[in-house]
Ligand binder design. Structure first.
Ligand SMILES: Cc1ncc(COP(=O)(O)O)c(C=O)c1O
Length: 460
C-alpha cells in the first residue's frame, strides 16, 4: 500500500479508464489527430494537452457550472478554466457587457467611462489607491517586479519554494535535495543566472526569510498569501505578521499575488485577513475570460514610482516606461471588469460558492476517514484541494513530495469519464455561483466509488 492505495491496482484500473476514455471520446480523438498537424502540442496551448486521458476533450459548449464536449458528454466543471472562469461560464451580465462593448470599439489606447468606475471599484474593494491593467497575471507580476527593481535599485526577487506566479523568469526555481536553488524541473534557465536574480526560501520559514533579506539585495518579495499551486500550503500562525515586519524592516516591497486566493472572498485573502501589501496582483477571473489582470500600489510605492517615472508632460520625449501592453486597459477589459465586479463578484455569490465548497470539503474529509487514507483536504473560500499527506504541508517542498502522478491521473480520469472535471494540474475543485448541491454530491459519490475500487481487493 502506498499513500493508502494498492498501487498495482491503481495502475490496472487506470488502464481500464484510458480504454473507457477512448470509447467515450471518439470525435475528440479525431479533432486531436487533426490538431496535431498544426499546433505544436496538438492544442493552441500545450497545457490543454495535460488533462487526464489520451487527448484533450473538444468543448462544444459551456454554461454556468457545466461543460459539454463534441461527443455529447456533459460534465460538472470544477476546474473552471483553472480559475479563469471561477464565476462560471457564460455569465449573462458579463457576456452582454462584452458583446455591447465589442460593437462600440474593443481596443482604443484611450480610456472609456468604464475605466472611471473600475478604478474607483478597485480602490474601494482592495484598499490600495493606484492601479494599472495588464493582459495576464504573469505580466502584472513581471511589471511590478521590474518597478520594484527600479525604485529600490536592487536586483533580486525573493520567492518561496514551489511558488507559481506565471512564467516569471526569476521565479522558475526550486530547491534540490541538498537545499540548493536550481532551475525548476523541466524549465530551462534560458541563460538566466538565477543566483543573480533570485533568492529562494521555504514558505513559513521566517528565520530563513530574515537571513535572505539581510543581504540587502532583494528588490521585492513576491508571494501568494496562501500557497495554492503545489497543493495548498496555509500560512502558519504569525507568518503574515512576520513577513510584513521583516519586509518593512529591510525596506523591501511586499507583493501579494491574489490570482488564486481571490476565491477567499470579494476582496481576496488580504481583504479577509487584513493584510497590507505594498503591491497587490489579481488576474484570471476578473473579466469573464477577456485576458485581464490588475496590479495596485500603495501611496508610498506610487510616490517612489513617480520619482523614477514621473507623470508625462506634453512635449516630452515619449517613454514606454518598460511596461505596458498595446491591449492592456482596453475598453473590452473595462466593460468586462465592470460587469464582473458589479454583477458577479458579490458577497451573495461568494456565500453560495463557499457553502458548496464546504459541503465538498466535508464530503471528502468523510471519505478520507471512511477509506482510511493518510490524506487531508483543505478549503480556502470557494477552492478545495485534497493532498496525499495526512496533514497540511508546512511549505512547498513538503507539499511537492506528497504529489503522486499515477494516483492523480487515475482519480482525475475516473471522475472525467463519469462527468466531473477537476483542475488538471492538481486535485483542486472550484465552486462557481451556478454550481448546485447535486453537483457537489455527484463529485463526492464518484470519489467514494473510485476510492473503493483501489483501496480494496487484489489486482485482477
Ligand atoms: C498565483 C498565480 N499568479 C499568477 C498566475 C499566472 O496567471 P496567467 O497564466 O493568467 O498569467 C497564476 C497562474 O496559475 C497563479 O496561480
Amino acid at each position: 500500500m502506498t499513500l493508502g492505495l494498492n498501487l498495482d491496482r491503481v495502475a490496472h484500473c487506470y488502464q481500464s479508464e484510458l480504454q473507457l476514455f477512448a470509447e467515450r471520446h471518439p470525435r475528440s480523438a479525431g479533432f486531436y489527430r487533426e490538431n496535431l498537424k498544426h499546433w505544436l502540442y496538438g492544442a493552441p496551448l500545450h497545457w490543454m494537452q495535460q488533462w487526464p486521458g489520451l487527448y484533450p476533450i473538444l468543448v462544444a459548449d459551456a454554461q454556468g457550472a457545466t461543460l459539454t464536449d463534441c461527443d455529447g458528454n456533459r460534465y460538472v466543471d470544477f476546474a473552471l478554466g483553472d480559475t479563469g472562469a471561477m464565476f462560471g461560464h457564460g455569465q449573462p451580465a458579463v457576456a452582454e457587457a462584452i458583446a455591447h462593448q465589442a460593437r462600440h470599439g474593443s481596443t482604443l489606447m484611450l480610456p472609456t467611462a468604464d475605466s472611471l468606475w473600475v478604478g474607483q471599484e478597485l480602490v474601494r474593494r482592495f484598499g490600495l489607491p493606484f492601479w494599472q491593467v495588464t493582459t495576464s497575471a504573469t505580466d502584472a507580476n513581471r511589471f511590478v517586479l521590474r518597478l520594484c527593481r527600479m525604485i529600490t535599485g536592487r536586483e533580486k526577487v525573493l520567492v518561496f519554494n514551489c511558488n507559481y506566479h506565471g512564467s516569471v523568469d526569476e521565479s522558475q526555481v526550486e530547491f534540490d535535495a541538498d537545499g540548493q536553488m536550481i532551475p525548476r524541473e523541466g524549465v530551462h534557465a534560458n541563460g538566466l543566472r538565477h543566483d543573480a536574480t533570485t533568492r529562494l526560501v521555504e514558505f513559513n520559514d521566517l528565520p530563513a526569510l530574515e537571513a535572505a533579506l539581510a543581504h540587502g539585495d532583494v528588490a521585492a518579495v513576491l508571494t501568494e498569501p496562501f500557497m495554492t499551486n503545489v497543493g495548498m500550503v496555509p500560512p502558519a500562525a504569525g507568518f503574515h505578521d512576520g513577513l510584513r515586519e521583516l519586509t518593512q524592516r529591510f525596506d523591501v516591497p511586499l507583493i501579494i499575488d491574489e490570482t488564486h486566493t481571490i476565491s477567499c472572498g470579494p476582496a481576496g485573502y488580504s481583504g479577509e485577513h487584513g493584510l497590507q501589501p505594498d503591491f497587490f496582483v489579481l488576474g484570471k477571473c476578473i473579466a469573464g475570460g477577456i485576458p485581464t489582470a490588475v496590479w495596485g500600489a500603495s501611496q508610498a510605492m506610487a510616490e517612489r514610482i513617480w520619482q523614477v517615472l514621473p507623470h508625462f508632460q506634453p512635449g516630452q520625449a515619449i517613454n514606454h516606461f518598460g511596461f505596458g501592453g498595446t491591449l492592456a486597459g482596453n475598453a473590452l477589459q473595462m466593460a468586462a471588469m465592470r460587469a464582473t465586479f458589479s454583477e458577479v463578484m458579490s458577497a451573495a455569490n461568494y456565500a453560495h460558492m463557499i457553502a458548496l465548497a464546504e459541503r465538498l470539503r466535508a464530503g471528502v474529509q468523510a471519505l478520507i476517514a471512511k477509506h482510511r487514507l493518510p490524506w487531508h483536504v483543505t478549503r480556502i473560500g470557494a477552492r478545495v484541494e485534497y493532498l496525499f499527506m495526512d496533514h497540511a504541508p508546512r511549505n512547498g517542498g513538503e507539499a511537492h513530495h506528497a504529489r503522486h502522478g499515477l494516483i492523480e491521473a487515475y482519480l482525475h480520469l475516473y471522475l472525467l469519464n463519469r462527468g466531473v472535471l477537476l483542475t488538471p494540474f492538481h486535485n483542486m475543485a472550484l465552486l462557481c455561483p451556478a454550481a448546485t448541491t447535486d453537483d457537489v454530491d455527484l463529485h463526492n459519490r464518484l470519489l467514494d466509488e473510485c476510492l473503493g475500487t483501489v483501496t480494496q481487493g487484489e489486482t485482477p
